[in-house]
Design a protein around this ligand. Structure first.
Ligand SMILES: C[S@@+](CC[C@H](N)C(=O)[O-])C[C@H]1O[C@@H](n2cnc3c(N)ncnc32)[C@H](O)[C@@H]1O
Length: 352
């Protein structure tokens, strides 16, 4: 099978954390590392001891973090395309088991977009962190996840904020135009990266995108951020539409507080459509500094019967000019904000 994403992760395992490194042990550290509201027990009604977790696109580290935070859960099944990622993960988990309690743990090398990783089981917790935007056909993924989730289960997924990564995409384009190529081998590749950066003037926003990138310390991180084999173009608005239409209810956001819609509207109730518009407006305003995290659960039959109509989101095309694309995104942000009938939103976006 020629799968460019698989090939990338076999060659550049991710995240590039040495397998000897274990997640920090105390729950407090983990809570601070993410968000105080990003915890299973906030969204899950039953006892966490009953939880069988399925981690899609696990990479080399995430299940170890989950095992550290939730040693009491029943089991973890980690799925990944990359054998090399899974091999590093397995070593890390074996090491962890020497020092701490670790739930029953299995890995499966599998393309969950095309194969069923569940083995006919149901899972109470499904995680898909930073992976759904690398699928070829994301339109149907939530229907598949729906089948693998138990009726009382929850899903946590995170995806790229597309508009807020505009600077990164433009820098990626610049690298490619300058023929920077990972196939050159590491020393030549890094030299070419720095030559391409040196061509940018000090006020060029692409330089800021490089400065802000937390992944630039390692070649696998640079590949993941700027040379990915496949990144699809789904907007945050459309991710919400897709999970709503597949029969999921939006429970909450686990992103850093600054990037949550509640930063603007507090606890003011919004319809799912208006919350999706607000989140997209925040993204189009290029205001999101982290990857949005969503918590969702299966809809009840009553919720299913109240299907909503999703207006098409006006598209913003990739332009040949950074400033034009940036201005178009601002216009769409203002347009979306006007659609949300909340005074707080109007004030935040539309006041002079
Ligand atoms: C950006 S990494 C994220 C890793 C981890 N979830 C994290 O956040 O640290 C994406 C991972 O998803 C895996 N992946 C991508 N597409 C996949 C697919 N169709 N099936 C299984 N794994 C996939 C890749 O091999 C890679 O390990």
């Amino acid at each position: 099978m020629n799968h460019p994403v698989k090939n990338q992760y076999e060659r550049f395992p991710y995240p590039p954390i040495p397998w000897l490194a274990l997640p920090r042990f105390t729950r407090l550290d983990l809570e601070n590392a993410v968000s105080r509201r990003d915890r299973l027990e906030d969204y899950f009604s039953g006892s966490t001891e009953q939880v069988n977790a399925l981690i899609l696109g696990s990479g080399t580290f995430e299940p170890a973090g989950v095992a550290t935070e939730y040693p009491e859960i029943s089991s973890i099944l980690a799925i990944d395309l990359s054998r090399e990622n899974l091999s590093r993960l397995q070593k890390r988990m074996r090491l962890a088991r020497l020092f701490r309690k670790v739930p029953k743990f299995e890995v499966r090398e599998c393309d969950f977009e095309n194969e069923d990783p569940s083995g006919g089981r149901k899972f109470q917790w499904i995680r898909a962190s930073n992976v759904l935007h690398h699928l070829r056909n994301p339109e149907v993924i939530f229907e598949r996840i729906h089948n693998w989730l138990s009726d009382d289960g929850v899903v946590r997924f995170s995806v790229y904020p597309r508009s807020s990564r505009l600077g990164m995409r433009w820098l990626s384009k610049h690298f490619r135009q300058q023929n920077v190529d990972p196939a050159q081998g590491k020393p030549q590749f890094m030299k070419a990266i720095h030559q391409a950066l040196n061509q940018l003037s000090s006020d060029d926003p692409r330089l800021q995108a490089w400065e802000d990138c937390i992944e630039k310390g390692h070649i696998s991180g640079i590949i993941d951020a700027f040379f990915h084999a496949h990144e699809n173009t789904v907007t945050l608005y459309d991710w919400v539409r897709l999970f709503d239409q597949a029969g999921f209810h939006w429970l909450g956001e686990g992103t850093n507080r600054d990037d949550q819609t509640s930063r603007i509207v507090g606890s003011e109730p919004l319809t799912i459509l208006d919350r999706a518009r607000l989140l997209q407006a925040m993204d189009d305003w290029q205001d999101l500094g982290s990857n949005p995290v969503f918590w969702i659960r299966k809809k009840t039959p009553e919720e299913k019967s109240n299907a909503i109509r999703w207006p098409e989101l006006a598209s913003v095309n990739e332009s040949e000019n950074w400033k034009i694309e940036h201005n178009e995104l601002r216009n769409r942000a203002n347009f979306l904000a006007k659609q949300v009938p909340s005074l707080t939103v109007q004030k935040f976006f539309l006041s002079p």
